[in-house]
Design a binder for this molecule. Sequence first.
Ligand SMILES: Cc1cc2nc3c(=O)[nH]c(=O)nc-3n(C[C@H](O)[C@H](O)[C@H](O)COP(=O)(O)O)c2cc1C
Length: 183
Amino acid sequence: MSNAVLDAIRKRRVVREMTDEPVTQAQLEQILDAGRWAPTGGNMRQNRFVVVQDEKIKGLIYQVAPGMFQRPPVIILICTDLGVARAHQISDDSLTFPMDVGKAAQNMALAAHSLGLATGPVTSFSQSAVNRILNLPEAFVPHMFICLGHAAEVSQFNVRPWQRITWRDLTFYDRFPSDSGGE
Ligand SMILES: Cc1cc2nc3c(=O)[nH]c(=O)nc-3n(C[C@H](O)[C@H](O)[C@H](O)COP(=O)(O)O)c2cc1C
């Protein structure tokens, strides 16, 4: 039996080469809405999304983001608004923030995939430079860019040297045997 969610989870790939074809405002809003529906620790809803479409600003971001190989029509920056966290007496370095960013990112990636669009996450960038380029409020921490666009048909990045792994390679049940280093 086919299952659209499981199919999307399995078929979505990170895309590092995109075309100039625009993303419509309706598509963009559906993807932002998918990010909004991601759960957050304590339901604090401290994720913030900054949409960058201006060519000049994108050009500045490329200069400070060595991990961004894409030249996408849209870049979404997922930030944590520490102002919200501080109002909840949560410390700035709480692990919930990067986890919550990851959840929103994956929701967006799967939503984009379901709409026939492509995404690529990027965390390799200078946070201080991005703060300055986007003039982010002091309490915003930029965590992850989501490049959003249409996948190029041919891409030098499509070659996959990795060995396939399965969930079996990653999963353990109940308790580790005593010779595994545990108690
Ligand atoms: C937290 C995180 C940070 C990442 N940062 C980058 C990055 O800076 N640049 C990049 O090209 N890919 C980045 N990726 C993408 C991973 O390299 C990618 O998920 C991996 O190659 C698997 O690709 P697949 O999802 O298509 O199987 C990142 C992924 C995650 C989860």
